[in-house]
Ligand binder design. Sequence first.
Ligand SMILES: [Zn+2]
Length: 219
Amino acid sequence: MEDSDDFKRLKEAAEELGLNLEEYILVLKYSKKIRGYRSKALFNREKKRIEFRLGDPWKNCSWEIQKGAVQVLMCKLFNKKKKTLSITLMDSFLKKVHSPLLIHEEIENKILEDSFHRVNKNFFDSSMAVTRIRFGKPSKTILGKYNFDSDEIIISSILKEAPAYLLDYVMYHELLHKKHGYGSSLNRQYHTKRFKEDEKNYPMYEKIDEELERFIMKH
Ligand SMILES: [Zn+2]
């Protein structure tokens, strides 16, 4: 038996997006296996069943905010681009919870983990939290990337063998992206004047920059 209260709420959430999910079985579940405030939808087309799975911490949020998370999943499933009040509420809620008090960091590699904690401690008073840090492709041109939407840092695998102080410098750059944001969504600006000023605060940044270039040329 599916919980009918959940079904009703989910149906309403869909209606706000202009979706009619009348013919679907809609289920809401909380999962300890999903880390932090993540979520996913399991869609069984044959059985016409959609299960919305939210990470355990969502349980303590008001339904208005949870509804935002569910609506984002619905938008992805049905290719909708609509921002409801709940989605806006959820967005600002998530901005606030990106604090170090919550353990929702997923760092795939010890090298990255050590670097993140060093840089965070030395330059950000350990105030930064990210959803995930991992190594990506071995790119020589893109050494790091901060993804605003998923709150994730991806570091080029080419740096796997780099000395820690070079990796830290790239980590610092990516965390600055998180700190500075991207301006308005209409005019995305990444390396602003203030960003560059902060970048220069890194000890011996010019020398490290040169060494980083040399390291990449050799690899
Ligand atoms: Zn950058």
